[in-house]
Design a protein around this ligand. Structure first.
Ligand code: DSN
Length: 430
């Protein structure tokens, strides 16, 4: 038993040290601040608090009530809305809550296709399938990597889905919700925005403002461009109590029992930190993504949407057919310490063998990298994938670049080591 404990502790330490050396470019990942991280290992982790503040099913929740009220107030202020619920324990669970609240079996629900960047929640094997709703696919403009508005308008008028999901996991550009708003109103559809990827950009005022553009409800995870704990959130600015009531009932008891109080407390800290630093952070994230796109493009990479500056978010999509396809390229990059993921691109049919990779700048930006370092990352990728640089040489270059960037920015208590979680715990590291 003790040996198993040591094996797991040691593996976790090796994992952390690997990421300390690596260039982390997964668009959906980020680092937690020291104040947020300490709450994840607090006693809150051991407790239950079903229900809402002041209406619990367990005793001992006085401080939990205070934390939850604080978290809700921070969320409502940051996103300028009347309603927040911080009980979904992940983005997918938040999506399930929306489907439970606003959909029923057999209902047509608007969404993008997976190959055009939609999240697996929209799939038959995901949350849509679980709720037995029928996807109505929007038309896609491959050049602009967003919805084709006139064609989507026609589809919506024809199929009349009562619920329309806007949101992507390959989220390069804002979605044209304001342009489709009149159509949504005409067919009586509720607009639903999955902001998981771009939550921190929205809060920073950098992307789009879906609650003002025509979406009644927003769901999200809280650990991507919003650098919080792995958790979920629901937001709405609706003044319709029955909508809010349905969302609350879906969050609990619909799709959660306990809502992971340690993560909720960490989320409160992350929201407060984002109020202080979010605008500067979001601006730097997007500037870095555009700089990385440009630098890769100049080195012969097929970065999507070159005429539009590659991206307006934290994410880049690169077609790597010439370099061996998404699976091989993501693996070769990981072997030298550049961590990304293979990704479906428009036209792809096999999720296991897609033509793309997805790159994101949330984590490298949080560590203080800027456009100069984005050029350096592009040079290193070019060396590996176009100039036959040896793995050892490329790995050494990547590690040398990373060495100067292991402290966190854009948070209180900045400057702490980002990956050495065991420094926080107070007993000897494995
Ligand atoms: N799987 C996550 C992503 O990488 O986009 C979203 O849940």
């Amino acid at each position: 038993m003790a040996a198993a404990v040591e094996r797991v502790r040691a593996a976790t330490r090796r994992h952390s040290e690997r990421f300390e050396r690596a260039i982390p470019l997964i668009a959906s990942e980020n680092l937690l601040s020291p104040y947020a991280k300490e709450l994840l290992i607090s006693d809150l982790h051991s407790r239950y608090a079903e229900g809402l503040p002041g209406e619990r099913y367990y005793e001992g929740n006085e401080e939990v009530d205070l934390i939850e009220r604080e978290c809700l107030e921070l969320a409502r202020a940051l996103f300028r809305c009347r309603f927040a619920d911080v009980r979904p324990i992940s983005g997918t669970v938040a999506n399930l809550a929306v489907l439970k609240a606003l959909a029923e079996a057999g209902m047509p629900v608007g969404t993008a296709r997976l190959a055009n960047g939609a999240h697996i929640s929209s799939a038959g094997f995901g949350a849509f399938g679980l709720r037995s709703v029928r996807p109505v696919y929007y038309a896609w403009d491959e050049e602009r990597m967003t919805l084709d508005v006139p064609a989507t308008r026609r589809i919506l008028k024809e199929q009349r889905p009562p619920l329309c999901l806007f949101g992507l996991s390959l989220f390069l550009f804002p979605l044209p919700i304001a342009e489709l708003r009149d159509t949504l109103e005409e067919i009586g559809a509720v607009g639903w925005y999955d902001a998981a990827h771009v939550l921190g950009l929205i809060a920073g005022g950098l992307f789009q403002d879906p609650l003002r553009e025509g979406c009644a409800v927003l769901s999200a995870s809280t650990h991507k461009t919003l650098p919080g704990p792995q958790h979920g959130i629901l937001l709405s600015d609706s003044d319709r109590p029955e909508l809010v009531g349905k969302l609350q009932g879906a969050a609990f008891p619909g799709v959660t029992s306990n809502h992971h109080l340690h993560a909720m407390a960490a989320l409160a800290v992350s929201l407060a930190e984002h109020r202080a630093f979010g605008h500067d952070y979001a601006r730097a994230v997007v500037a870095n993504a555009r700089a990385l796109g440009q630098a890769l493009y100049e080195r012969g990479f097929d970065v999507l949407a070159p005429d539009l500056g590659f991206t307006a978010s934290h994410t880049l999509a690169v077609r790597v057919t010439r370099e061996g396809g998404g699976e091989a390229v993501a693996r070769r990059l990981a072997e030298v310490g550049i961590v990304s993921n293979k990704n479906l691109l428009p036209g792809d049919t096999s999720p296991k063998h897609p033509q793309g990779i997805r790159l994101g700048t949330p984590e490298v930006t949080r560590l203080g990298m800027g456009p100069k370092e984005m050029v350096r990352i592009a040079e290193i990728m070019d060396l590996l994938l176009h100039r036959e640089g040896t793995a050892d040489r490329v790995r050494a270059d990547a590690e040398a670049l990373k060495r100067g960037f292991t402290t966190l920015r854009y948070c209180f208590a900045a400057g702490e080591a980002a990956y050495r979680y065991y420094d926080l715990v107070g007993h000897p590291p494995p």
